[in-house]
Design a binder for this molecule. Structure first.
Ligand code: ADP
Ligand code: ADP
Length: 225
């Protein structure tokens, strides 16, 4: 089974009203184990909508969402939340770290919520931070970190519970070009090192070219360039 399978996904906003916008028009997408897919689309094309549906944060108007062979389109909210917590990691353009907690604690907390004992969670947080070069900053709060360091911590948090699927929405879009390149290298090393599947939305065609496959979202349809 693919890790992610979307079939016939349709989504509009303002349902039934005269100004309805149909953002996604029958999207089919399969992402295999270990595959890293670049999602390229102009702003407003529906990337966030697609990633939120794939990550069970939003529901489509029609179509099915399968994660690791399990159809979750019509599952209960509780089931969807459980699968999301255990199997899906999210990364956004902005880090969304909790400001009052250290880098380590930001990576420990989602593990505690998922049932991991504290000692094991702390060890994993330390290992993850070292692997992206933020080990020496592990005890700092987000405000004391650079933009690139903040994003690296957010990557570690997304991987904290060893998800099967990573969904990233412009993960380096907030950084200057030089920082963006090295931080993207760190992300790819993390992803390749764990063999997890990913869909990474980016405007940056150089970054997109480094992934396994590119897909484009245009007028509600997916195309390959
Ligand atoms: P992208 O991430 O590619 O910039 P989005 O998925 O955020 O695109 O948005 C796609 C379109 O859907 C835009 O026209 C946006 O205004 C609209 N949209 C997104 N979310 C909502 C919402 N909650 N209510 C109404 N319209 C929305
Ligand atoms: P919790 O209930 O423990 O806060 P959730 O299961 O709601 O966590 O969320 C799991 C993942 O989805 C987290 O990585 C979180 O950042 C992300 N997430 C949750 N809600 C939203 C949302 N409304 N928009 C974007 N990401 C979200």
């Amino acid at each position: 089974d693919p890790i992610l399978r979307l079939a016939g996904i349709t989504k509009g906003y303002n349902h039934g009203l005269p100004n309805e916008v149909t953002v996604l028009r029958g999207i089919d997408l399969s992402v295999a184990a270990g595959e890293v897919v670049a999602l390229v689309a102009p702003s407003g094309a529906g990337k966030s909508t697609l990633l939120h549906i794939a990550g069970l944060l939003d529901t489509p108007d029609a179509g099915t969402v399968e994660i690791a062979g399990r159809d979750l389109s019509r599952a209960r909210d509780r089931t969807r939340t459980q699968v999301r917590r255990a199997d899906v990691g999210f990364i956004y353009q902005f880090h969304h770290l909790l400001p009052e907690f250290t880098a380590t604690e930001n990576i420990v907390l989602p593990q505690l919520a998922n049932g991991t004992p504290r000692a094991a969670a702390e060890t994993r947080a330390r290992d993850l931070l070292e692997s992206v070069g933020v080990g020496p900053r592990a005890g700092h709060r987000p405000a004391a970190l650079s933009g690139g360091e903040q994003q690296r911590v957010a990557f570690c948090r997304a991987l904290a519970n060893q998800p099967r699927l990573l969904l990233a929405d412009e993960p380096t879009g907030n950084l200057d070009p030089a920082t963006s390149d090295t931080v993207f290298d760190a992300l790819m090393a993390l992803v390749r090192g764990t063999g997890l599947s990913a869909v990474i939305a980016t405007h940056n065609l150089d970054l997109a070219a480094r992934m396994d496959r590119q897909i484009r979202l245009d007028q509600g349809h997916l195309t390959s360039p």
